[in-house]
Write a protein that binds this ligand. Sequence first.
Ligand SMILES: [Zn+2]
Length: 303
Amino acid sequence: MGWQKTLARAVEAEGVGIHSGAQVKVRLRPAPVGTGVVFVRTDLGVAVPARAEHARDFSFATTIGVRGANVGTVEHLMSALYALGITNVFVDLSGPEVPVMDGSALPFVQMIQRAGVLEQNRSLPEVRLLRSVRVSHGDRFVELHPAEHFSVDYRVRYRSPVVGEQRLTLTVTPERFTSAIAPARTFGFLSDVKHLRDRGLGRGGSLNNCVIVDEYRVLSGRLRFRDEFVRHKILDLIGDLALLEYPLRAHVVAHKAGHALHVAVVRELLSQPEAWELYEPERVAPLSVHPFALEPVAHAVAG
Ligand SMILES: [Zn+2]
């Protein structure tokens, strides 16, 4: 990390939205310094910056929106962009939801690799914690602790013996994300499918883009990892933390959390300005940076 980055050229893909069932084209294209990640609903002509304040809905996915224009299921793409350090990018979408692809973040990692990464010769401050921040709901929680690197310790527990209790701790680097986290697919329980459909969700879900588990077995073939479930939770967490807009130097501990708590901890952090600082490592504080040039970025965090 250290420098703002964008893509070297535009890349496209197409697929179905897991909840809307809509067929959607997604196009990632380079963006100038200070842009952040901005989704563009090309069908509506509305831009939706990927920021915590724009998070709208957390039922089974994270939806962001402005002025009635929503973008659903942003977290897998956001996770890939954040973990690979892509700071500035426009994401054109022809419909209401990011395509689910194979249910993991690997297709998005491959899109980024296909596009190539361009360093933008402008430093990127990081959020460094000065004290811990915690949000909880019953026995579920997410904690952010001061640390030198970005690391995650995630624990899940499900009644289904197929999943049971899983825990994974890792320091997040682009390489480790690509090999250990990005391939982990989204999952759901057969018992939830009817409930989802009743709510108008999961219309694009299938055994090709979701690991479906019934009480005692996995219905969608072999798992990619024995603990694919907790790995996918880490994938989701990283995608939701990306709404912070800056690299996060923190040790994140999550227990039985989900999208709502992932986003809540970002909002809690932003609401406690005394709990963190924007930190620029010395090696990336070039004198050539004009103070006003950084203003839109700094404003983005404060706002
Ligand atoms: Zn997910």
